[in-house]
Ligand binder design. Sequence first.
Ligand code: SF4
Length: 102
Amino acid sequence: MTETSEGAQLGLQEKLGLDVFKIDSEKPHIVIDHAVCRERCTVRPCLYVCPAKLFAIQPDSDDIFVDYEGCLECGTCFIVCEDQALSWEYPRAGYGVQYRFG
Ligand code: SF4
């Protein structure tokens, strides 16, 4: 728990809700190669490891989708994607997450 200047206690979800995201809509910093994903991946670990739960299956195509705009920049998805279907880099300067409570 974190105590604010007003003395209120904040839980994890409340703290994450205070983070600010500056979205780079011109250059996503996470890109999925769907062809590689379809051909090689059998376990889809990205669906389970993201702390922000940003990966999902698109119902119409069964492809994986990532909502990169809420990314916490931990890099976990890139590490667990052993099939190298993910391209990952930090957002460009001035974009991405700004943490408020670490
Ligand atoms: Fe989720 Fe971390 Fe990957 Fe961002 S870098 S999409 S927070 S697992």
